[in-house]
Design a protein around this ligand. Structure first.
Ligand code: NAD
Length: 473
């Protein structure tokens, strides 16, 4: 998208913000040409952002837990008021995903990200007295965010980090920089609007890989939290700083002969097509036991999926996989109907997902495609399907799904696949709390082992021991 279009979008949103009287005045401007994006918490470089975050940390340190609860309530509220704007801006600026799906993703983050309540202190009492563990902030956290869930990650990290008393410098994705700066301005306005410190959230106006690397080395950053592909995960883990790293996945969904096939088809089309498959946790390939494979395909087609075969499949492969066996990035996050049209295949606009029966080694199975196009592999039985799922997950340890009513098979897969999230008999999205129990997280840190991150991972555990006193029995 060109500079002019970004300017237009930001101006429309700012005008709407002013019309609706949305709290503090929006000062965000996206300058033309090389003029920088401006806003509360938006800085020209990493050093200025880190300094502002450091000052804000000392202000936040003086705030009570009740204050932090109020700030977080305001963050949730302001997000819920702007869901549609955020979703539209995200699709326009990044060119990825679907507006309605983004509204639901952001709503989920606003409603189900844990706050201060997650930092429950622990106590032990006994013959020797009393021991207490409480959770303290790190200080200034550096957070690097993806273009696939730009506002979702800022809010989800932001709530958890503030809950634990930290301030943040975000290096947002270059392809989502205007939206991210707008959102950071909005969130800072919400905190200031209820009497809180300025610049709790910060970012650089022109984020790049170089600014991300500067952030990784900055002396004022105590903890790094990175969410993205393999490159940024490796860079963070090699930075020498403590890092929480959330990397790529390739979630398989296994369907065996004991599953409720109608439900499995409905669930997997829903999960795999949500926001056009750009979400790291959603189904990226299907492995079906042969006995039910044809029935599963029929049910998928009944749920707005299309099967691609023969010459059409050859054309689709040519479009989506480059000669050196990489994913054609031009089609990441695009609608299925658009991708298929470019491959010369006409389908209804309402088509959510395309799938093709292929061998396990096929690129549609092996690659994290991040688009609504899935490989479908037929396996002789549940054991073979589970073995295949383990191989194609590539040891990322990220997310996997199984549809089955056989407890032995479900338990076998749960142990064998060893992922941070394992979903049984539901869409993958239940794993992040969308129509599923439990809190939500949009930084699922498999490489560094935290799994679904939340406030507790952004806090230091501190113990205090009092000898021979404060027991009451
Ligand atoms: P990306 O890796 O291209 O970018 C993520 C961020 O890292 C951006 O801000 C980018 O500027 C920065 N970055 C990239 N390479 C870097 C490097 N070498 N040094 C410093 N910074 C660098 O990812 P994306 O396309 O925005 O997002 C999609 C990828 O992220 C997928 O692989 C997806 O699975 C993964 N992801 C994982 C999670 C999770 O919770 N595990 C969540 C969302 C996305």
């Amino acid at each position: 998208m060109d500079e002019e279009r970004i300017t237009q979008i930001v101006e429309q949103v700012v005008a709407r913000f002013a019309r609706e009287g949305g709290g503090a005045p929006a000062v965000l401007k996206h300058g033309r040409g090389s003029a920088p994006i401006q806003g509360r918490g938006v800085h020209p470089n990493v050093d200025a952002a880190a300094k502002a975050a450091k000052r804000a940390f000392s202000d936040l340190h003086d705030c009570s837990l009740a204050d932090r609860r109020r700030y977080i309530a305001a963050l949730r509220r302001v997000t819920l008021l702007h869901l549609e704007d955020m979703a539209r801006m995200a699709v326009e600026e990044t060119g990825l995903g679907r507006v309605l799906d983004k509204i639901e993703k952001n709503r989920l983050v606003a409603e189900k990200t844990p706050g201060v309540e997650a930092l429950e202190p622990k106590t032990w009492t006994g013959d020797y007295g009393l021991t207490l563990t409480e959770f303290a902030p790190y200080g200034v956290i550096g957070s690097i965010t993806p273009c696939t869930n730009p506002t979702e990650t800022i809010l989800n990290n932001g709530i958890g980090m503030v809950a634990a008393g930290n301030t943040v410098v975000f290096n947002t994705h270059p392809n989502a920089k205007a939206l991210s700066a707008w959102f950071i301005d909005l969130l800072n306005g919400a905190i200031e609007g209820c009497g809180g410190p300025s610049n709790v959230f910060n970012c650089v106006s022109n984020p790049t890989i170089e600014s991300a690397q500067t952030l990784m080395k900055h002396p004022d950053i105590r903890l790094l939290v990175v969410t993205g592909g393999g490159g940024v995960v490796r860079a963070a883990m090699a930075s020498g700083k403590r890092a929480i790293a959330a990397g790529p996945g390739n979630p398989p969904v296994v369907v065996d002969e004991t599953a409720d096939i109608q439900q499995a088809a409905r669930d997997l089309v829903f999960g795999a097509s949500l926001d056009n498959n750009i979400i790291c946790i959603v189904e990226k390939e299907v492995i079906a036991v042969a006995d039910i494979a044809d029935a599963l395909k029929r049910e998928m087609v009944a749920n707005h999926a299309v099967e691609i075969r023969g010459r059409d499949l050859r054309r689709l492969e040519k479009l989506l996989i480059t000669p050196d066996n990489h994913v054609n990035r031009d089609y990441i996050g695009k609608d299925a109907a658009l991708i298929l049209a470019d491959a010369g295949i006409r389908v209804a606009e309402s088509t959510r997902l395309a799938f093709a029966e292929v061998e396990e080694g096929h690129p549609f199975v092996q690659h994290e495609m991040l688009m609504p196009v899935l490989g479908f592999v037929r396996a002789p039985d549940a054991d073979a399907a589970i073995d295949c799922a383990v191989r194609v997950e590539h040891g990322y340890g990220h997310t996997s799904v199984m549809h089955s009513t056989n407890i032995r098979a479900l338990s076998k897969m749960a142990r064998a696949v060893n992922t941070s999230i394992f979903v049984k008999n539901a869409p993958s999205t239940a794993g992040v709390g969308l129509d599923g129990e439990g809190f939500t997280s949009w930084t699922i840190a498999s490489p560094t082992g935290e799994g679904m991150t939340y406030a507790i991972h952004f806090a230091r555990a501190r113990r205090c021991v009092l000898k021979d006193a404060f027991r009451i029995v």
